[in-house]
Ligand binder design. Structure first.
Ligand SMILES: Cc1cc2nc3c(=O)[nH]c(=O)nc-3n(C[C@H](O)[C@H](O)[C@H](O)COP(=O)(O)OP(=O)(O)OC[C@H]3O[C@@H](n4cnc5c(N)ncnc54)[C@H](O)[C@@H]3O)c2cc1C
Ligand SMILES: *[C@@H]1O[C@H](CO)[C@@H](O)[C@H](O)[C@H]1NC(C)=O
Ligand SMILES: *[C@@H]1O[C@H](CO)[C@@H](O)[C@H](O)[C@H]1NC(C)=O
Ligand SMILES: *[C@@H]1O[C@H](CO)[C@@H](O)[C@H](O)[C@H]1NC(C)=O
Ligand SMILES: *[C@@H]1O[C@H](CO)[C@@H](O)[C@H](O)[C@H]1NC(C)=O
Length: 501
């Protein structure tokens, strides 16, 4: 586990959406679009702007609307002159889009500072990482039998199939829905995995209940704040993230967002989009966006619009759909709130059964699904800029810790977890979908040239998932505009790409 921790994904369903009519895409004369809008400048919207520029070329105007901070759920807070990630923090070495962005932008990798992990059940530490890998393996084997190996093979197989997406995208193939995308990667198996609980899949695999309770549940709690009833696909994505080879961006992950917007020569508008409506005119189909800036309200017409923010009511994007027939129903489902509390102080190691802090060897503590626990995890965190000589603070020293909890921590709870503290900074996130295996995945195409990025979160919520969705939407918008139906929802790509080479 990294210097700090990761979370997230979900499934919504079948909002009534209009089936795309090919006549309504690009103009028959083949003219390129002149203006494209992206709503949201998180990693999803920023990456979309970048890929749109790549595919549509230098002429098109790309406007990106952001009502808050560029970066969205990638953000930092400052403690004692250092910045710390308060949202998305960990990137996996196989997250190829993120890796490519960092390379193209000339950003630097932040190394992972070693630190041991433990699992706490409310009374005692039940599982701990040691210095010695073989000993850990042996202990896991002793305690859980074959579970550990089975699980590892299962996650690896899923990762390997998921990695096919990079090849498809490099060849320019796009998908009109998250289901089509998943189906092309792992056939019906992946879609089924979005519809059944993780615990069922693991039990079927032969993973023991004890392993699920003591290892899997704590990882789901730290990543999603949810239990092992979340869909198996979401669970597998976060288990891949619990492996080694994790990194982050020096200076803060949000630097990727501002960098991508700049590289794409996108116009960033500090504005809240209030409504979107379809307009049929001599120009064909366009969308009118009305928005509020610091100086007032305005509106603008666009040929293509990408919504790169969750649209569930609980997240409060504030975007209204006007004049669509049939009208849009609100997207079903809701987001799960996770509170990230960054505390500068002294950890109360007694709480974990270590009265002498000098004997407390852990950098992060995960928790089992225990009703009385008021937090999901607590971890010592490293600043986004670390110098060569950086070392983690010892538990007897004042350090910076990140606590994830489902609710705001009360003062008495903070005083239980920390012997004393200098500062406390709280960020309340609508972190990821509130997963359920009965939810269906939301649509990508809401209307002929109107796309929705964040449906992918219901299959997995992570920076890389938003980046994969961004590339897919840029390709899809391009092929739809140019009526290239042979590049969308193609079957048997694994085989076809082999023979194309
Ligand atoms: C606490 C936490 C920890 C996480 N840890 C990890 C991790 O370790 N690794 C990982 O890969 N992922 C992690 N994630 C998930 C990751 O952060 C998200 O999946 C990703 O950042 C989502 O990016 P996005 O661009 O799709 O959405 P967002 O970042 O939510 O961006 C949407 C943007 O749209 C803007 N917006 C909304 N409505 C409007 C409007 N009407 N007009 C204009 N702008 C609007 C918002 O202000 C926001 O900036 C974590 C998330 C949280 C909250
Ligand atoms: C997925 O579910 C469908 C319908 O229940 C079933 O027909 C199919 O065989 C399943 N696929 C896999 C790979 O399990
Ligand atoms: C997981 O949480 C959901 C929603 O809070 C609940 O309905 C379900 O029973 C829980 N499952 C387990 C295995 O605890
Ligand atoms: C942190 O790192 C970023 C990216 O390398 C750099 O631009 C910034 O100046 C650094 N800040 C400090 C305080 O060193
Ligand atoms: C620390 O934890 C112990 C054990 O739960 C508790 O008794 C104590 O009140 C906590 N707070 C401090 C400041 O030690």
């Amino acid at each position: 586990m990294g210097c700090s921790l990761l979370p997230l994904f979900v499934a919504v369903l079948a909002a009534r959406f209009v089936v795309a009519d090919p006549e309504e895409h690009g103009p028959v004369d083949g003219a390129p679009p002149s203006k494209i809008a992206v709503v949201g400048a998180g990693i999803g919207g920023s990456a979309t702007a970048h890929f749109l520029r790549q595919h549509f070329g230098p002429e098109v105007q790309v406007d990106v609307f952001e009502k808050g901070e560029v970066g969205g759920r990638l953000a930092t807070v400052t403690v004692n002159h250092n910045d710390y990630e308060s949202g998305g923090s960990i990137i996996h070495s196989l997250n190829l889009h993120m890796q490519e962005f960092v390379k193209q932008l000339g950003l630097k990798y932040r190394r992972n500072v070693a630190g041991k992990m433990a699992v706490f059940n409310g009374e005692e530490v039940i599982l701990e990482e040691t210095d010695w890998y073989l000993l850990d393996l042996f202990r896991l084997w002793w305690r859980y039998g074959i579970s550990f190996i089975r699980l590892q093979m299962w996650v690896e197989e899923i990762m390997e199939k998921f990695m096919r997406i990079y090849k498809y995208q490099a060849h320019g193939y796009a998908f009109s829905s998250v289901e089509e995308l998943l189906d092309s990667l792992g056939s019906s198996g992946f879609i089924n995995m979005t519809r059944r609980p993780l615990s069922d899949s693991l039990l079927e695999l032969g993973v023991s209940q004890r392993f699920i309770d003591e290892v899997i549940a704590p990882v789901m709690r730290i990543n999603y704040g949810q239990n092992v009833s979340i869909p198996a696909f979401v669970g597998a994505v976060s288990l891949a993230g619990a492996q080694n080879n994790l990194w982050a961006v020096e200076g803060g992950n949000k630097l990727v967002c501002s960098g991508l917007l700049k590289m794409a020569s996108a116009n960033l508008l500090q504005a809240q989009v209030n409504s979107i409506s379809p307009i049929h005119s001599g120009e064909g189909l366009q969308y009118q966006l009305s928005f509020t800036t610091a100086t007032g309200t305005a509106s603008e017409l666009y040929d293509i619009v990408v919504l790169a923010t969750p649209l569930q009511a609980s997240v409060g994007s504030g975007v209204q759909f006007q004049g669509f027939t049939p009208p849009f129903d609100e997207l079903p489902g809701s987001y799960h709130s996770t509170v990230a509390t960054i505390v500068h102080g002294y950890l109360n190691t007694s709480f974990f059964g270590f009265p002498d802090p000098r004997l407390f060897p852990f950098a992060s503590v995960l928790t089992t699904d225990t009703p009385d626990l008021f937090f999901n995890s607590v971890a010592s965190v490293c600043p986004v800029n670390i110098s060569a000589g950086f070392r983690r603070k010892q538990p007897q020293e004042a350090g910076v810790y990140k606590v994830f909890s489902p609710q705001l921590l009360e003062k008495s709870q903070l005083k239980t977890l920390f012997r004393s503290y200098y500062s406390v900074q709280v960020t309340e996130w609508q972190a990821c979908p509130r997963y359920s295996s009965s939810q269906r995945l939301p649509p990508v195409e809401l209307h002929p040239n109107l796309y929705y990025l964040n449906g992918i979160e219901w299959a997995g919520s992570a920076m890389e998932m938003s980046s994969v969705a961004a590339k897919n939407i840029a390709l899809l918008a391009y092929h739809r505009w140019n009526r290239q139906t042979d590049m969308v929802d193609q079957r048997d790509l694994v085989h076809r790409i082999k023979t194309e080479l």
